[in-house]
Design a protein around this ligand. Sequence first.
Ligand code: ATP
Ligand code: MG
Length: 662
Amino acid sequence: PTRQPFDLSRELNPQQLAVVEADPGEILVLAGAGTGKTRTLTYRVARLVAGGCHPERILLCTFTNRAAREMVARVESLLGVEMRRCSAGTFHHVGNRILRRYGAAIGLSPDFGILDPEDARTLLSAVVAEFGLQTLTARRFPQPKVLANLISLAANTRKPLLQVVEEHGLRLLDQAVMVEEVAVRFAERKRHMNVCDFDDLLIHWLRLLEEPKLADVAALVRGAYDHVLVDEYQDVSAIQGALVDAMAKGHGSLVCVGDDAQSIYGFRGADFAQIAEFRARHPNARLYPLTINYRSTPEVLALANRSIARNVKQYPKELVAVKKPGVKPAVIPLRDVFQQAEFIAQRVLELHHEYDLPLARMAVLYRNHSHSLELQVELTRRQIPYSVRSGLRFFEQAHIKDVVAYLRARQNPQDSLSWIRLLRLWPGIGAQTAEQLAVLLAKETSAGNASSGAVLAEQAGLARGRARPALQRLAELWAILEDPNLRSPGAMIREVVARHYGEYTERNFPNAAARKDDLEHLAGYAERYDGANEFLSELALVQGMSAENVLGAEEPDDMLVLSTVHQAKGLEWPICFVLWLAEGRFPMATAVRDPADLEEERRLFYVAATRAADELYCCYPVIEETRDGPSHIMRPSRFLVEIDHNPAVFERWQIEEAPAGE
Ligand code: ATP
Ligand code: MG
């Protein structure tokens, strides 16, 4: 028997233990919220490692990189072993890792850049503009955002683009051929620039595994791992499902866990039909249930269960609470959004002070990020510290992207988007010049006969007016960035700030000091990476993270959590507030027309409710003020109305109006 440094049977119930100790093979765990799916997966990894499997032989796919880090940290603390080499993270994260190593087989050079969704849209717009489509058919041709979604949906569902256009954009049907041409040109362009967007990380990875000519490479990629484990399988898209299968094909050691009732990414091409298809594709897979919910009180579960029972499409699952009875969830009509914000702030303070509950043990969840604005104002007014999990994305801020563009152009001179971005920061260089220069830089450097620095110096000699000194300074900066002794991305960032961007910030931003602070944090963060490539890939992949999460910047220790429901998946808090539970907001107005969309919306409510361990507060404003017109009465969310029968699963609260003059 293997050495067991921890006593599994004390940490897990018999159902969970059965999964952890099962012989390697195809395993599917289909179980409700809070039944310990993630915990079980973590212990399975720990047991594999304790049994002698090297961490680097394990592939663990999770929905966020943060979740992966937490699972890996837990294994480290259980076993006292170093897990750094374990491939754990999102599918994109893993795809990036694999393509750096094996991408050469499909003509991808190892220093390829990654386009985040915003960059990809910018490039797509440029391609559309080249076709002259914007002007020719301005009203008819889809906007870049719509187009990008269609292309991404095709990639994720593995359907032909034409079919996706047919299914999702009937209006565009007569343009479908053009859409396809644009997509082809877009793909060519990315290849030319030596960049991948997020979907490419999956598409190319799958090509490595499936292309008949590449069987040798496929064997290597597959052979790099002995075990594949996947959390949140219900939100896997068709291409991700195919990747999982292809990676597990050789050894057949595969554990997937998920809950169809929590499938909430359908709009992005995820499909819980993958669960059914998994069973069809793996007829020998063993199916394990987990039925005990450890997270929530019976009262919270009763509400969540009654709501999700209204969905037609779902697998029947048993879910029983083990926690002692607590209090019923509260439903709270508030006068308007301002009273809603006041109520939450007030209640948070009461719980914090009277019960000594840390703020971080409470969360406010909402359907859309914009629903939290009044609350953010109220919390700031009362000086209640809070962190927004899905807030303004640190890395999407202009000053961060500007400085990162320098590093990206430095690593990959073919990256003309980054060149254009950074060139335009200089006085005397307009859009047209920037574009011409970017093309020239890409061309000269790809022939291999010149460095970017040399090209810039030469161009400085040719330039006129203000562009001349600007290009001279840029060339000097570039000579420094290209110095082989300067390897650390942190040091590169500091050079860029010291020699150009600091001054640029002072001239262009009112809050220059705060921005320079951000950049210093960024440099400090970048120091953790040995090379710029590693840093840049990680950057491009940390979608949806705020500065606090990524940089670990100084933050008050204890903060209330604000999050969209989507971002809260897999997490838990003793106290949860859900706000704006009104028709038109949650469910969203656009989701109520189509039964499938409405079911997804209800699953979203189920996810929200099942995040709460002890207390759940469902809030909605009764009156909506409109800017000019008359205010109107909001109807409570159907998710509350439809579960409001005997026996009551919630308690209705009445909030007194604050006395006038307060
Ligand atoms: P979700 O569906 O929301 O992703 P999940 O099924 O992944 O939930 P976990 O997050 O793994 O569930 O577990 C929920 C909570 O229950 C966690 O706090 C976890 O530590 C606890 N838990 C799970 N199993 C046990 C157990 N056997 N003993 C004690 N606590 C447990
Ligand atoms: Mg989980």
